[in-house]
Structures are given as structure tokens and as C-alpha cells.
Design a protein around this ligand. Structure first.
Ligand SMILES: [Zn+2]
Length: 95
């Protein structure tokens, strides 16, 4: 769902995420493709437009994630919450 994200928030998110996708770490500079602003908890499910809930995502990750908040753990087959780049450490989560 498209939404307006204030310029100040966009700049804050870009600076924090260093112009990289929070999910796969692809760099906007290297890919040449503009990153999307992803609502970590989707707006369609009540997610707010604030720093704690917005991150940069490449087109592939953004489209793959969609409005999902959970996924299936391939090792345990359990439904688990998706990675939250504002609350979790990428290296620990994807180790
Ligand atoms: Zn990505």
C-alpha cells in the first residue's frame, strides 16, 4: 500500500539504514535501484508510519514480504515472526 512518508523520516531512515536493504543488505548505490520504504508491520495491519516501523527494502524483498508478518521456519516448520530490523540484530537472526 502506497503511503506518504515525511521527508524528515525518509532522511532519518536512509541515514540509519545506510541506503541498504534491511533484509538482504543490498546497497542502493551498487544495485542502482531505488530502495522502497517498507512498513515493517504493514499499514494494512495497523502499522504506523514512524521510525520504529519503517525501513529500507529493495524491490525484491519488499515485494516478497508484502503484508506478511510471519513466515515458516524451514528447519522447524513452525510459523515465526519475520525479521524486524529495528528490534533484532541481522547477523544473529540470520545466523
Ligand atoms: Zn533486499
Amino acid at each position: 500500500m502506497a503511503s506518504y512518508i515525511p521527508v524528515d523520516l525518509r532522511n532519518q531512515v536512509r541515514a540509519c539504514d545506510r541506503n541498504r536493504c534491511c533484509y538482504c543488505k543490498t546497497s542502493e548505490d551498487l544495485s542502482g535501484i531505488r530502495m522502497a520504504f517498507d512498513h515493517i508491520h504493514p499499514r494494512s495491519k495497523g502499522g504506523e508510519t514512524c521510525f520504529e516501523n519503517v525501513c529500507l527494502a529493495c524491490r525484491s524483498c519488499n515485494e516478497f514480504k508484502g503484508d506478511s508478518t510471519t513466515g515458516q521456519d524451514l528447519l522447524t516448520q513452525q510459523t515465526v515472526p519475520l525479521f524486524n530490523p529495528r528490534l533484532q540484530n541481522w547477523h544473529q537472526h540470520f545466523a
